[in-house]
Design a protein around this ligand. Structure first.
Ligand code: X8Z
Ligand code: ZN
Length: 627
């Protein structure tokens, strides 16, 4: 749950892999925060409770809040880290109490910051105040009893998800990662169905808690100054809330036709595998056949949809296993990509303090996350690493967060954060776009890099199953939550509305009848974990823009999908500069510095996949696409 408390302290007091964005202002006169002095000052103040002192200037207020926040984050980080890596009733108590203190702090901060809203001040302080008033993903209501209830609900929901398991009729019990493995590897329709349905037993027990969470967090959003939590979340992008919604829909419109082509082709191949009575040629794809528990990315069914069978496919999983990689070596290999760009080595503490392996003797929240502990001095990741290509990619993703933390370490706390949350999500993924066949050969993960047209299409298909299949999923999750928060979706319609969006965006259907006794949204981590999801949709679009820009700075000429910035220090410098900015400026500034454009844009992802797009259009010409 830490994620909501990340944001609890909008000040980036703690950053857990998924952080909140930024707002107005510009950096001309950086706030000076001497950590040592401020710690002492904050200790002396004992986390001051009252309203801002009338004689305190806006800049003094910002400095004080940052100092107090730093102090508090030490306690919160410790409680949440232990909770996430050791789920017990005891750690629930510790984490809920810490969360409550975080919410109380946030509430006081917001109330005090409001007093400065319309005062004249320098632009840097103005941006700091605006960031404080932006609210967090679970904003604190201005009521101690509700703060306590909110913290308990969030701690409990995440704990239930993290310790969930499913026991089948034969009495065999499995945790999520083992269920996911079956979903990825089995091709037995009924076995897949059992596992898909089984995992969804985790969430009905917290459906009512989620409903209560929505009520309390909406109250928190109102206390910050928004109409509801949807508007608060949408307000995190330096744009008016309706124009952000319009903008994100515009981006979806840019990529939707390509998704439909991919859907069409995959549906046809699945029809050949499972029969068209199970996968109708012009209908929805049953959600359990796509190789992933949430049908969010489809690379695990690559073998069923491979375009050219006799051409070498890049089996990175096999290479990692054959070469005896362990969890730490995989992490070091990912680190190696970042250092090849000229970025610093990870501190020793990173390997000492991270959790890279799933403990056998206790429940942990396995969903991967990155933590900014001790103000950039003790960054960590938590991932139940498996020796697979998918986990190798996730390690790069997590290190993207870690490098953001390291590079904005010297920013004042209030400016620690991604330019917006999609930037934070995009960094590691941008790097993985450079893991071309030529790169894999260079680092010894494959023997030969086949350069034929057929090999290119195979590789692009694998990438599209990861990147294009994800887009409607990345979009629909918050479409659902925005409507839940605004009240357009009533609690009694949670499940039906979820499937309506799954159907219209993704073209998939539940394989068995669902009713309102189910809570299928809640079976995805980010719902009980309350992590906003639009960030991933944006990231999947922007990472191709970033890749294109970095390739240009490396003076690469050629098709985008063949570019690798591995070892390129000029590209590394550009990336490092972006990271160092943190959220000190509105994101269009960061976007411009990185890409020369001020907007997010889908043309780079379309350009990257140009060969596959043409191939699919041709392949599908006799099929009836759409649903
Ligand atoms: O949650 C994550 C990361 C942590 S920020 C592992 N991702 C989303 C997911 O797993 O659903 C990365 C891609 C999408
Ligand atoms: Zn992430």
């Amino acid at each position: 749950m830490p994620i909501h408390l990340v944001a609890v302290l909008t000040l980036a007091l703690i950053m857990l892999g998924c952080d909140d964005g930024s707002s107005e202002g510009s950096q001309s006169d950086p706030i000076k925060v001497s950590t040592e002095d401020d710690y002492q000052a904050a200790s002396a103040m004992q986390m001051s409770d009252g309203p801002a002192n009338q004689s305190e200037s806006a800049a003094e207020f910002v400095a004080r809040i940052q100092a107090e926040g730093l102090l508090l984050s030490t306690e919160l980080d410790a409680a949440f880290w232990v909770r996430n890596t050791y789920i017990t009733p005891d750690t629930a108590i510790l984490a809920a109490k810490a969360g409550e203190r975080g919410l109380a702090f946030e509430s006081r901060m917001v109330e005090q910051a409001k007093q400065y809203r319309d005062m004249p001040m320098d632009p840097v302080t103005a941006r700091a105040i605006a960031l404080m008033l932006r609210g967090s993903s679970a904003p604190a209501p201005n009521d101690p009893a509700l703060q306590s209830e909110l913290s308990e609900i969030l701690t409990d929901m995440e704990g239930q998800y993290g310790s969930g398991s499913y026991c089948n009729p034969q009495g065999e019990c499995r945790e999520l990662q083992d269920l996911e493995k079956i979903l990825a590897e089995s091709r037995d329709y009924d076995e897949l169905l059992d596992v898909w349905r089984g995992w969804r037993e985790v969430s009905p027990p917290y459906r009512e808690q989620y409903q209560r969470f929505v009520e309390i967090a909406n109250r928190g959003a109102r206390d910050v100054g928004y109409n509801n939590l949807a508007e608060l979340w949408q307000g995190g992008y330096d744009m008016d809330s309706p124009s952000f919604v319009t903008e994100s829909r515009r981006l979806w419109g840019q990529v939707e036709p390509f998704y439909e082509q991919l859907h069409c082709y995959v549906r046809d191949r699945l029809g050949s595998t499972y029969g068209t009575e199970k996968v109708p040629a012009d209908g929805l794809i049953p959600a359990h056949l796509l190789g992933n528990m949430w049908s969010q990315s489809w690379e695990n069914i690559y073998d069923l949809v491979e375009p050219y069978e006799d051409v070498s496919s890049l089996d990175v999983t096999a290479a990692l296993v054959d070469q005896g990689y362990d969890e730490r070596q995989m992490t070091e290999a990912a680190e190696g990509f970042f250092t090849s760009l000229g970025l610093p080595e990870l501190p020793d503490s990173f390997y000492q303090n991270s959790m890279l392996k799933k403990p056998q003797d206790r429940n942990v929240v396995c969903h991967a996350s990155a933590w900014d502990i001790a103000n950039g001095e003790d960054p960590r990741i938590k991932q139940c690493v498996e020796i697979t290509e998918e986990h190798f990619e996730t390690l790069h993703h997590e290190l993207g967060h870690i490098y953001y933390y390291l590079m904005y370490k010297d920013q004042p706390p209030v400016f620690k954060g991604g330019a917006h949350d999609g930037f934070h999500e995009a960094i590691g993924d941008t790097v993985t776009l450079s893991m071309t066949p030529a790169y894999l050969k260079e680092v010894g993960l494959i023997d030969t890099a086949d350069e034929s047209y057929e090999a290119t299409i195979n590789k692009q298909m694998k990438m599209a199953l990861m990147k294009i299949a994800f887009l409607p999923f990345g979009k629909m999750i918050d479409e659902w939550r925005w409507q839940v928060f605004s009240g357009e979706i009533a609690p009694e319609d949670y499940n039906a509305s979820w499937w309506k969006l799954r159907e219209s965006y993704q073209g998939i259907a539940p394989p068995v009848t669902r009713t309102e006794t189910n809570f299928d949204a809640g079976a995805k981590y980010h719902i009980p974990g309350n992590t906003p999801y639009t960030r991933y949709f944006l990231s999947f679009i922007m990472q191709f823009q970033f890749h294109q820009a970095l390739c240009e700075s490396a003076e690469y000429e050629g098709p985008l999908h063949e570019c690798s910035i591995y070892n390129n220090k000029v590209a590394g410098q550009k990336l490092g500069d972006l990271l160092s900015m943190g959220q000190s400026q509105p994101w269009p500034e960061a976007m411009q510095a990185m890409t020369g454009q001020r907007a997010m844009d889908g043309s780079a992802i379309i350009d990257y996949f140009a060969p596959l797009n043409s191939w699919l259009v041709d392949k599908n010409k006799d099929l009836q696409c759409g649903w």
